[in-house]
Design a protein around this ligand. Structure first.
Ligand SMILES: [Zn+2]
Length: 247
């Protein structure tokens, strides 16, 4: 599987006259967003943006809708006590997203589908939408959190049950094992200790690490696989493609 399907319509691979030409007949754009953060002892740091980026590129290839570069950083302050996490503060993230959405709107994009891979982004993204709408009341912005899709959750319930967890989940690890198998070649998967399932939210970085010492939240990623990833990836693409068509 290639995460950069050749027939996707990449904004980053287009010239400005090509973007201008595209906008004459299509006002939609897909904007993948995610995070760069720890994903437990066996999940890679890039899961949240690599997953949304791969799903977005596949949908672009299938629909010929332009796809913006993924925003690889998000609001992940609670993961900051694990090495490798890179995070905006919530207010900065809101500002960054507002300015990027405004940039797209200025060029004439009227319908923006955000494919998100990280739970901590949901509140700031919603805030950013409200901010942008003050000046762009007609701009249509739609947020899809791919792991929240009913089709995805139904699949995870059947195959992982309560071992899917809430972070470094079997589902998201599976998707990136499918899309980026080379990144996992030195990773050893094994059954891990059980973590707590109930906790207050939000947690500070130190409280998060104390509560979830290896970074997982109730998940058992040893149950993940490329094959599960392939199936979940396809379920997410099919569902989000429908949403894009209706936008
Ligand atoms: Zn994640």
């Amino acid at each position: 599987m290639s995460t950069t399907p050749k027939n996707a319509v990449y904004l980053s691979h287009s010239t400005w006259p090509q973007v201008e030409e595209y906008l004459k007949s299509n006002k939609k754009i897909i904007f993948p967003v995610g995070s760069t953060e720890q994903h437990g002892p066996s999940g890679i740091i890039g899961i949240d943006y690599l997953s949304s980026e791969s799903i977005a590129a596949e949908i672009s290839a299938q629909t010929k809708t332009m796809v913006a570069p993924a925003l690889p950083f998000g609001m992940a302050q609670h993961h900051m006590h694990f090495p490798g996490t890179m995070s905006f503060t919530p207010s900065t993230y809101v500002q960054v997203v507002c300015e990027l959405l405004e940039s797209l709107a200025q060029h004439g994009f009227e319908k923006i589908l955000l494919i998100n891979g990280h739970g901590g982004n949901i509140a700031p993204l919603t805030t950013a939408f409200s901010e942008v709408l003050i000046r762009r009341p007609k701009l249509q912005m739609k947020l899809v959190n791919w792991w929240h899709l009913k089709e995805v959750q139904d699949y995870e319930k059947i195959h992982f049950a309560d071992k899917n967890g809430f972070h470094a989940t079997c589902g998201e690890v599976s998707v990136t094992r499918y899309t980026h198998p080379e990144a996992y070649k030195n990773v050893v998967f094994k059954e891990e200790f059980e973590t707590v399932k109930e906790y207050p939210w939000p947690l500070s970085p130190s409280e998060f690490r104390k509560t979830f010492p290896d970074g997982r939240m109730a998940s058992q990623p040893y149950l993940s696989s490329e094959d599960h990833g392939h199936k979940i990836f396809n379920l997410a693409c099919t569902s989000i493609k429908e949403t894009l068509i209706k936008l």
